[in-house]
Ligand binder design. Structure first.
Ligand code: G3P
Ligand code: CA
Length: 262
């Protein structure tokens, strides 16, 4: 939990709160990040997008349609416009069992809002999304990290290896994770592992397509492995038995329970 903040890698298998504790609170809001920290998450996983006026905000999609009360492309909205939106009522409607009145007041936070709120209390895994909608996000992201002096508290991840390499050209101290997506049972060649190892410290594949052999092959190459998104304790147990370095989950408390029992 919070004691590991700033240590980059945890001693135990890491609890990565996927979009915050997004099973219990509207994803990518300060409420979901606070809930994740309270339940012992080691890292907040945050997807990043650029507004029209060049601010980095926390959002998964490239439109505000799914997670706010409005419609529109983020790239066509200013930060001020995005901040007017209600980022929580959709959650209350979809998940009445976890609905809370105060969620309706949640805004879309900028990365600066998040760092200002939680600073060095936690660690962050920051995801650079579709670079075609977010030109130049790498330099801007590094500038915000520098502004808050959080270089040792962040890991940057992306599906786009070009974007990750660009980060390292500016600052090679930042820890990087290569995201992977498999449609069929996952396999990875020695050549691919060698290539990834040149710039990244680990890989994050989708959990349902991997197995123990895959995990061990990745780790034997010297890379760490963090499968996503694991929400059931049965699967958390399996992943832990394979020896994964951490998992992404919408329910950080569930993985903490699994770790405590082991
Ligand atoms: O961060 C791992 C995982 O989040 C990648 O998928 O779509 O949830 O950003 P997505
Ligand atoms: Ca993500």
């Amino acid at each position: 939990p919070a004691v590991s903040a700033g240590q980059r890698f945890t001693k135990h298998s890491a609890i990565i709160a996927h979009r915050g504790a997004s099973g219990y609170a509207p994803e990518h809001t300060l409420a979901s990040f606070r809930s994740a920290i309270d339940s012992g998450a080691d890292y907040l996983e945050i997807d990043l997008q650029l507004t029209k006026d060049g601010h980095i905000i926390a959002m998964h999609d490239d439109t505000v349609n799914r997670t706010t009360n409005a419609k529109g492309k983020i790239a066509e909205m200013t930060l001020d416009q995005v901040k007017q939106l209600d980022a929580g009522s959709w959650f209350n409607k979809h998940y009445p069992m976890y609905a809370r009145e105060e969620f309706a007041k949640q805004q879309v936070p900028s990365l600066q809002d998040i760092f200002a709120a939680f600073g060095k209390k936690t660690n962050y895994i920051l995801e650079i999304k579709d670079t075609k909608f977010n030109p130049g996000i790498e330099e801007k992201l590094l500038a915000v990290i520098r502004q808050f002096r959080l270089e040792d508290y962040v890991i940057i991840q992306s599906f786009d290896s070009k974007s990750l390499k660009k980060i390292h050209r500016v600052n090679d101290r930042i820890v990087l994770l290569q995201l992977m997506w498999y449609n069929t049972p996952a396999r990875i060649s020695d050549a691919s592992l060698r290539k990834i190892k040149k710039y990244a410290q680990g890989i994050s594949p989708n959990f349902p397509k991997i197995n123990a052999a895959y995990v061990h092959k990745v780790q034997k190459s010297g890379l760490r492995i963090y499968p996503y998104t694991v929400n059931y304790q049965l699967n958390m147990d399996r992943a832990l038995n394979w020896g994964v370095d951490g998992i992404y989950t919408d329910y950080p408390d569930r993985f903490r329970e699994v770790l405590q029992k082991n």
